[in-house]
Design a protein around this ligand. Structure first.
Ligand code: NAD
Length: 249
């Protein structure tokens, strides 16, 4: 039997990078998966690439009306959700001294407000035994030059996992954070880096990672499958680092 046989899952930001890789593995493990993204064209491309047991719903996590429409669709089509992977997020470079209000609002609105209301609005659909996975980052505990606002959002995400395990005590719903290390995805260009700068960053990071290399979206997806599945049935409130050891030294 496949690990996620018969489960219904939601992945926010499932059109690219870690979200897309996880959607592919969820479907391969037997789940029916709803993915979201802001742009219909990218959403359609992801749905077509996966093929079956996948449904795209256009929505921006920072827009509460979009989230209401998303959960109304899931309620109507599947009536419940066993797995929520709150993954949509991103960041841009801005050193202290050049942080604008727009930069702050955009980063917090997506990574913190969007993630919070994704989970809160999903609650009525979650049965006992459901699993919520929050995509944090090694940035939740490590410092990075010019990346403080993003890092602060990820510290907030890690904190949500600790606190929500208590708020959901009694419902037998697990909440865990996953913290990827350096995993090149299209998101790296959105940070504000050229392809050349991405390569330079990757090379400079790899030498400081105990495994000597950066990770892949598939390696993160495998860890998310584990946290989503009943194989992790006694794991609750943790931050699972998937970073080649980078944040552990
Ligand atoms: P990505 O840019 O490839 O994917 C991000 C996804 O989120 C895309 O599908 C994008 O459309 C979606 N998204 C962004 N803003 C959204 C919004 N407001 N509403 C709905 N969807 C939105 O990047 P990625 O590297 O795969 O990042 C995915 C998650 O992993 C993010 O939360 C990121 O912070 C986290 N993360 C990534 C790394 C890494 O090295 N790649 C490391 C640690 C954490």
């Amino acid at each position: 039997m496949e690990t996620l046989e018969g489960k219904v899952a939601l992945i926010t930001g499932g059109t690219s990078g870690i979200g897309l890789a996880t959607a592919k593995q969820f479907v391969a493990e037997g789940a029916y998966v709803f993915i979201t993204g802001r742009r219909q064209t990218e959403l359609d491309a992801a749905v077509n690439a996966i093929g079956e047991n996948i449904r795209g719903v256009q929505s921006d996590v920072s827009n509460l009306a979009d989230l209401d429409r998303l959960f109304a669709t899931i309620q109507q089509e599947k009536e419940h959700l066993d797995i929520v992977f709150a993954n949509a997020g991103g960041g841009e470079i801005a050193p202290l001294g050049s942080i604008s209000e727009e930069h702050f609002d955009k980063t917090f609105n997506t990574n913190v407000k969007g993630l919070l209301f994704t989970v809160q609005k999903a609650l009525p659909l979650l049965p006992e035994g459901a699993s919520i996975i929050l995509n944090a980052s090694t940035a939740s505990t490590k410092g990075t030059p010019a990346f403080s606002v993003y890092s602060a959002t990820k510290a907030a995400v890690r904190s949500f996992a600790r606190n929500w395990t208590l708020d959901l005590k009694g419902r037998k719903i697990r909440v865990n954070a996953i913290s990827p290390g350096v995993v090149p995805t299209p998101g790296y260009n959105l940070i504000g880096l050229s392809d050349e700068q991405v390569q330079e960053f990757v090379d400079s990071q790899a030498v400081n990672i105990p495994l000597g290399r950066v990770g892949t979206p598939d390696e993160i997806a495998k860890a998310v499958v584990f946290l989503a599945s009943d194989n992790s049935s006694f794991i609750n409130g943790i931050e699972l680092f998937v970073d080649g050891g980078m944040a552990q030294i």
